[in-house]
Design a protein around this ligand. Structure first.
Ligand SMILES: [Cu+2]
Length: 67
């Protein structure tokens, strides 16, 4: 499991959007979001952080790196 800080999630709808965005960009990755902690945990195949960053950016969120 790898945990990332993702900024920009202001409601539960944002948390769902982050989940859907990551699932679409990185097939086979399992996603858990803790919106209040700005924390996203990913399990599964190796994560391409460039793809992750761009997908989140396009959806209006900001990847701040691993935590
Ligand atoms: Cu929201």
């Amino acid at each position: 499991m790898t945990a990332y800080r993702v900024d920009g999630m202001t409601c539960d709808g944002c948390a769902r959007a982050v989940t859907r965005t990551i699932e679409a960009a990185l097939p086979g990755i399992r996603v858990r979001v803790d919106r209040v902690a700005c924390r996203v945990e990913l399990d599964g195949a190796p994560v391409d952080e460039g793809v992750l960053r761009r997908a989140l950016d396009d959806a209006g969120f900001s990847l701040r790196g691993t935590v």
